[in-house]
Design a protein around this ligand. Structure first.
Ligand code: NAG
Ligand code: NAG
Length: 713
């Protein structure tokens, strides 16, 4: 059965040109196995070729194949023989010529057209071009006619280890935390080799460390770099240079190699506690320093960096814990001591503090190394300063009755010089706060006296400022506010709260409330006002009015009977005594005017006047003119009425010849001068019935009169 298959294959593969592979002797030393030949073939093809090869071997026809091999980088003195073309054709009498065409024909590969020998005339580089496809043909030497169809074959360039491994991404940088355990992976690097990775070991790389031991190691195959020492300390050495080598040929001698550098930086972990540079700090501060002022700085050094070096500062003990505070300055990594409460040299001259610096970010792995904190002692010396006087109180509140006598003492302020020198003090009033010079102060003892009388009803508060000055140093001055409150004394009598005007209805019932009045008092008694009302003793039993006090401190005035008549008496005056509840009480008499008026049946005041009486003062000018105009109009109507009655038998027709214009007063008429003021005698008008009494005036021509009064005949 294999025999028959072989036969069949031979039929299929009877190439007219058989390639004799003639390889240079050196190639035989290199493994020349079937896998190389069949590299581009499929499994089926592989079987077939194996079979065929066996058959060919058996038939002693030698290596015949459509592939040739040539070593790259060969550079002998002669062109290298790649192979030979041979045809099985019986040439007969004809001479055969071999022709080569395709990739590199004539330029890289040359053929001897008689023998069919193919030579490579140039040095070949597999990494540049790994195979060439060429076509061979046998033609008639004379006619150049093809003696058979062209046949294609391949020349493969065989790899030799002519490329060294290369680290394309180097040099490398990597970090690893300090204090890492042994074998902690740092990074990995990769080298590449341009040689054929599937043929031979030319591209088989092995990595090793040339420099950087004993700190780091590399896995030969994977190139993973690891720490080779435990607990490397950043504070001792931070940066390491590692030289890595990649070698091909599986690391065997004769292989090519490439190197690269890797810089490994150890990153910080918190493995160092803070440590104060000094165990004792000395600061001094003046006693009058402003609160919040920085008094000094303490610093604990830490070999770590970044947040691992951060410490928070605290005052943990000492006799000044209430007066001082410490804050942490993250930038400078130190602690600032500040004043929190005022200092007093005279009370205490020095303080001792125990301060602590503690790492903020600790690492539990190193807790066994002890607490990551440190303490130091701070001594603060208070310096004496010349201080201004100090009042016994920050403010004073004094009270004085408004009737206090001039020069009476209202109160006293005291102050002292806190310094050891203890200068005497002088007091004065800041006159800007007492413009009216209401008060005086005794410069030596600080007693405040009254200079001018007080009136609570004018001003309740007198807020002044007292100045204390040290006699030995006039620049040491203090000021204190003194509020003086004026207390009430009953010095004002009560009176009506407003001007009341009461109206009494003629038709009112007995007991009707005519008016309700209330009283006011300028004083300000502690328990509020309580007023007493009464009538004058001689009025108590009067028949007309009575009074009644209301709950709300007001007073009602009531009518006693209903017999009031404005014709009889229009106005009543009712004096009322009002007294306050002071000690002693004060009283005054206010008089209520009661007017009798006519009212409607439901008690609404209609009219309070019987007849025209003296014009009430306060009538406006306009009202007066209006009233006057009304009176004149009324008089004119009356005059007209009377005159008409006198001539009631005469027709009231004006004749044509009587010029109507005559009735018009002409302003261009020459007046009678001062005499003319009697041109109209008002008396004639005032006496309408006095027709008999009518007389032409003296000195006035009758004619003129008639002209002016044409109706009269
Ligand atoms: C004066 O001081 C008192 C108490 O401090 C205060 O109640 C009052 O309003 C002050 N009066 C004036 C006019 O400043
Ligand atoms: C009471 O009224 C009458 C008249 O109405 C009067 O004559 C008398 O003087 C009045 N008495 C008082 C005390 O007003």
């Amino acid at each position: 059965m294999p025999e028959r298959l072989a036969e069949m294959l031979l039929d299929l593969w009877t190439p007219l040109i058989i390639l004799w592979i003639t390889l240079p002797p050196c190639i035989y030393t290199a493994p020349m196995n079937q896998s190389q030949v069949l590299m581009s073939g499929s499994p089926l093809e592989l079987n077939r070729l194996n079979e065929e090869q066996r058959i060919l071997n058996r038939s002693k026809r030698g290596w015949v194949w459509n592939q040739m091999f040539v070593l790259e980088e060969f550079s002998g003195p002669e062109p290298i023989l790649v192979g030979r073309l041979h045809t099985d054709l019986d040439p007969g009498s004809k001479k055969i010529k071999y022709i080569l065409s395709g990739d590199g024909a004539g330029t890289i590969f040359q053929i001897n057209d008689v023998t069919g020998d193919i030579h490579a005339i140039k040095r070949l580089d597999r990494e540049e071009k790994a195979e060439y496809t060429l076509t061979a043909q046998a033609v008639d030497w004379e006619t150049n006619k093809p003696l058979e169809p062209p046949s294609e074959f391949i020349i493969k360039v065989q790899d030799i280890n002519d490329n060294a491994p290369e680290f394309l991404n180097g040099p490398y940088h990597a970090t690893v935390p300090e204090m890492s355990i042994l074998g902690t992976s740092v990074t990995n690097v990769t080298a590449t080799d341009a040689d054929d990775p599937v043929y031979g070991n030319s591209a088989k790389l092995v990595y090793s460390i040339l420099e950087g031991q004993p700190y780091f190691s590399i896995e030969p195959e994977t190139a993973i770099i690891k720490t080779a020492l435990p607990n490397m300390d950043r504070e001792a050495k931070e940066e390491y240079l590692v030289v890595i080598q990649a070698k091909d040929m599986g690391g065997h001698s004769g292989g090519l190699s490439g190197t690269t550098t890797l810089t490994v930086t150890l990153t910080d972990v918190n493995d160092n506690p803070p440590k104060f540079a000094q165990s004792l700090y000395h600061f001094s501060v003046p006693e009058d320093v402003v609160l919040g002022t920085a008094i000094g700085r303490v610093k604990a050094n830490d070999q770590d960096i970044g947040e691992n070096a951060q410490s928070s500062y605290d005052i943990i003990d000492g006799d000044g814990t209430a007066l001082f505070e410490i804050s942490s300055d993250a930038q400078a990594q130190d602690g600032i001591i500040r004043l929190r409460r005022p200092l007093d040299f005279e009370t205490k001259k020095s303080y001792t503090l125990k301060v602590e610096a503690a790492n903020v970010h600790t690492d539990p792995r190193f807790s066994s190394r002890g607490p990551f904190k440190d303490t130091a002692t701070v001594k603060i010396v208070v310096e004496d300063s010349d201080e201004p006087p100090v009042f016994s109180s920050p403010t004073y509140l004094l009270e004085v009755h408004e009737n206090a006598a001039i020069n009476s003492v209202i109160g006293q302020v005291t102050a002292r010089d806190p310094d050891i020198t203890s200068s005497p003090i002088r007091f004065s009033i800041d006159r800007h706060t007492d413009l009216e010079r209401q008060f005086n102060i005794n410069a030596d003892d600080g007693k405040i006296t009254l200079a001018t009388p007080l009136d609570r009803e004018l001003s309740v508060w007198h807020n002044i400022t007292i100045i204390a000055t040290e006699i030995r140093n006039h620049s040491q001055i203090s000021r204190v506010p003194v509020a003086i409150k004026v207390l009430d004394v009953n010095d004002n009598a009560p009176e009506f709260a407003s001007e009341y005007e009461a109206f009494l209805c003629e038709n009112g019932k007995p007991g009707q409330v005519i008016q309700t009045v209330s009283a006011m008092d300028k004083d300000d008694p502690k328990n509020g006002h309580y007023f007493l009302y009464s009538l004058l003793p001689e009025m108590v039993n009067n028949p007309n009015f009575t009074i009644k006090k209301n709950e709300d401190n007001s007073l009602s005035i009531l009518a006693k009977h209903n017999g009031f008549n404005r014709q009889k008496q229009e106005v009543y005056l009712l004096p009322i005594i009002i007294s306050d509840s002071g000690n002693p009480p004060l009283s005054s008499t206010s008089t209520l005017t009661i007017r009798v008026c006519g009212c409607s049946s439901d008690g609404v005041v209609q009219s309070c006047n019987v007849e025209a009486y003296v014009l009430p003062i306060g009538l406006s000018m306009g009202a007066l003119i209006a009233i006057l105009a009304c009176i004149i109009l009324l008089l004119v109507i009356v005059v007209l009425f009377v005159t008409l009655r006198r001539h009631k038998n005469e027709p009231l027709i004006i004749k044509d010849d009587e010029d109507v214009r005559e009735n018009i007063i002409r302003y261009d008429d020459e007046g009678g001068g001062e005499e003319d003021t009697e041109a109209f005698d008002i008396a004639t008008l005032q006496n309408p019935d006095g027709i008999n009494g009518f007389l032409p005036r003296w000195g006035m021509p009758t004619q003129l009169w008639e002209e002016r009064n044409p109706i009269q005949t």
